[in-house]
Design a protein. Structure first.
Length: 126
Protein backbone atom coordinates (compact mmCIF):
# COMPACT_ATOMS: atom_id res chain seq x y z
CA UNK A 1 0.00 0.00 0.00
CA UNK A 2 1.42 3.44 -0.87
CA UNK A 3 1.87 5.95 1.92
CA UNK A 4 -0.84 8.60 2.09
CA UNK A 5 -1.28 11.55 4.39
CA UNK A 6 -4.83 12.13 5.61
CA UNK A 7 -5.15 15.33 7.62
CA UNK A 8 -7.93 15.77 10.15
CA UNK A 9 -9.10 19.14 11.45
CA UNK A 10 -11.01 19.10 14.74
CA UNK A 11 -14.09 21.14 15.64
CA UNK A 12 -16.27 21.24 18.73
CA UNK A 13 -19.12 20.54 16.28
CA UNK A 14 -17.79 18.49 13.32
CA UNK A 15 -21.09 18.71 11.41
CA UNK A 16 -21.00 22.52 11.61
CA UNK A 17 -17.33 22.49 10.58
CA UNK A 18 -18.04 20.31 7.55
CA UNK A 19 -20.98 22.51 6.48
CA UNK A 20 -18.78 25.59 6.85
CA UNK A 21 -16.13 24.06 4.57
CA UNK A 22 -18.80 23.22 1.97
CA UNK A 23 -20.21 26.76 2.02
CA UNK A 24 -16.89 28.61 2.30
CA UNK A 25 -14.68 26.68 -0.11
CA UNK A 26 -16.77 24.09 -1.96
CA UNK A 27 -15.71 20.97 -0.08
CA UNK A 28 -17.79 17.86 -0.77
CA UNK A 29 -19.37 15.84 2.06
CA UNK A 30 -18.98 12.09 1.77
CA UNK A 31 -19.90 10.33 4.98
CA UNK A 32 -20.54 11.00 8.68
CA UNK A 33 -19.70 8.62 11.50
CA UNK A 34 -21.66 8.83 14.76
CA UNK A 35 -21.16 7.34 18.21
CA UNK A 36 -23.81 4.92 19.54
CA UNK A 37 -25.66 7.88 21.09
CA UNK A 38 -25.93 9.50 17.63
CA UNK A 39 -23.38 12.29 18.15
CA UNK A 40 -21.31 12.83 14.99
CA UNK A 41 -17.64 12.14 15.73
CA UNK A 42 -16.07 12.26 12.27
CA UNK A 43 -17.02 13.55 8.82
CA UNK A 44 -15.30 12.60 5.56
CA UNK A 45 -14.93 15.48 3.11
CA UNK A 46 -12.80 16.34 0.09
CA UNK A 47 -11.82 19.25 -2.12
CA UNK A 48 -11.07 18.44 -5.76
CA UNK A 49 -10.69 14.78 -4.80
CA UNK A 50 -8.23 15.42 -1.94
CA UNK A 51 -9.55 14.00 1.36
CA UNK A 52 -9.88 15.92 4.61
CA UNK A 53 -11.30 14.43 7.79
CA UNK A 54 -13.31 16.49 10.26
CA UNK A 55 -13.07 15.18 13.82
CA UNK A 56 -14.62 16.16 17.13
CA UNK A 57 -12.63 18.18 19.66
CA UNK A 58 -13.08 16.34 22.92
CA UNK A 59 -12.38 18.44 25.99
CA UNK A 60 -9.82 16.91 28.34
CA UNK A 61 -8.66 14.25 25.85
CA UNK A 62 -5.71 14.07 23.49
CA UNK A 63 -8.11 15.59 20.94
CA UNK A 64 -8.58 18.76 23.02
CA UNK A 65 -6.72 20.65 20.32
CA UNK A 66 -6.11 24.28 19.60
CA UNK A 67 -6.56 25.87 16.22
CA UNK A 68 -4.90 24.30 13.19
CA UNK A 69 -3.44 25.92 10.09
CA UNK A 70 -4.12 24.19 6.77
CA UNK A 71 -2.34 25.24 3.56
CA UNK A 72 -4.09 24.22 0.34
CA UNK A 73 -2.24 24.53 -2.96
CA UNK A 74 -4.78 25.95 -5.37
CA UNK A 75 -4.43 27.34 -8.89
CA UNK A 76 -7.05 30.11 -8.81
CA UNK A 77 -6.65 31.75 -5.42
CA UNK A 78 -8.62 34.84 -6.43
CA UNK A 79 -11.69 32.81 -7.41
CA UNK A 80 -11.56 30.85 -4.12
CA UNK A 81 -11.15 34.10 -2.18
CA UNK A 82 -14.21 35.59 -3.92
CA UNK A 83 -16.22 32.49 -3.01
CA UNK A 84 -15.14 32.75 0.64
CA UNK A 85 -16.02 36.45 0.78
CA UNK A 86 -19.48 35.74 -0.68
CA UNK A 87 -19.96 33.10 2.05
CA UNK A 88 -19.15 35.67 4.75
CA UNK A 89 -15.82 34.08 5.74
CA UNK A 90 -13.47 36.13 7.92
CA UNK A 91 -10.47 37.00 5.74
CA UNK A 92 -7.23 37.70 7.63
CA UNK A 93 -5.12 38.34 4.53
CA UNK A 94 -6.58 39.05 1.08
CA UNK A 95 -4.87 37.55 -2.00
CA UNK A 96 -1.28 38.76 -1.76
CA UNK A 97 1.74 38.11 -3.96
CA UNK A 98 4.52 36.65 -1.78
CA UNK A 99 8.30 37.14 -2.14
CA UNK A 100 8.71 33.41 -2.85
CA UNK A 101 6.43 33.56 -5.89
CA UNK A 102 3.15 32.35 -4.43
CA UNK A 103 -0.17 34.21 -4.33
CA UNK A 104 -1.90 33.46 -1.00
CA UNK A 105 -4.89 34.39 1.11
CA UNK A 106 -5.74 33.42 4.68
CA UNK A 107 -9.17 32.91 6.25
CA UNK A 108 -10.27 31.96 9.78
CA UNK A 109 -13.20 29.71 10.64
CA UNK A 110 -15.54 29.92 13.64
CA UNK A 111 -13.29 27.66 15.80
CA UNK A 112 -10.13 29.67 15.06
CA UNK A 113 -8.59 27.35 12.44
CA UNK A 114 -6.66 29.09 9.66
CA UNK A 115 -7.34 28.15 6.04
CA UNK A 116 -4.54 29.28 3.72
CA UNK A 117 -4.91 28.99 -0.04
CA UNK A 118 -1.94 29.65 -2.29
CA UNK A 119 -0.32 28.85 -5.59
CA UNK A 120 2.80 27.40 -3.92
CA UNK A 121 3.06 23.60 -4.14
CA UNK A 122 5.49 22.07 -1.63
CA UNK A 123 8.02 19.56 -2.90
CA UNK A 124 7.79 15.95 -1.74
CA UNK A 125 11.57 16.10 -1.27
CA UNK A 126 12.30 13.42 -3.84
Amino acid sequence: MPTTINPVVHYRDPEKGARWLVDAFGFVLHQSHASPDGEVQYVETSLDGVPLGIGRTTEGSMFDLGPAAVYISYDDVDVMHERAVRAGVEILMPPTDQDYGSRDFVARDFDGNLWCFGTFTPSAGG
